[in-house]
Design a protein. Structure first.
Length: 178
């Protein structure tokens, strides 16, 4: 397992897929800051050492130039989290990378990628296959799109979550492959 000891990682979306992924990152030593609409899972993970934010904006502010994972069900949910009131984009810091692990849509993904680049940050679309079992067992297949150097830079962290990571091409290519 790769060490993420002490690295600041945000995680938004702690459902059937996100919760086990967040736990794997915590076990690997990451200092996690979490946000989720359902509070019960936040209390559970806070009891295991995670920090809880009150909004996506706060996750971005606390993580600074670290990594922020999204595990949300669709493009509408991502839009709400990144562009809504107290959304992620309001607190995004230069140097940060947003990694969208959900299956969303190509065009919004490309727009979010352009927007983060304009903020001196980055957006990586990294949808997964393998289902809940794959998430629990850290055996997901990850199809990543975005800037190749950014995907390679976070490869050790993604490999905590999955056994197979394939770089698919520019922004949106991960979503297209899925």
């Amino acid at each position: 397992m790769h060490s993420t000891e002490g690295s600041r990682i945000g995680f938004i979306g702690l459902g059937n897929m996100g919760k086990p992924m967040a736990r794997h990152l915590m076990r690997a030593g990451a200092r996690l800051t979490l946000y989720n609409r359902s509070k019960q899972v936040l209390e559970e993970l806070a009891g295991e050492g995670a920090q809880v934010a009150t909004s996506p904006r706060e996750v971005a502010e606390w993580v600074g130039d670290g990594l922020i994972f999204l595990s949300l069900p669709n493009a509408g949910s991502v839009t709400e989290v990144v562009e809504g009131k107290d959304g992620l984009f309001e607190g995004l810091t230069a140097g940060s990378k947003v990694i969208d692990m959900g299956s969303t849509a190509v065009e919004p993904t490309r727009a979010w990628h352009e927007r983060t680049l304009a903020m001196d940050s980055d957006w990586i679309d990294a949808p997964v296959s393998g289902g809940q079992k794959g998430a629990r067992e850290a055996n997901l297949t990850i199809m990543a799109g975005g800037l190749e150097e950014s995907v390679e830079a976070i490869r050790p962290v993604l490999e905590i979550l999955g056994k197979t990571l394939t770089y698919m091409g520019p922004s949106g290519a991960g979503q297209s492959a899925k």
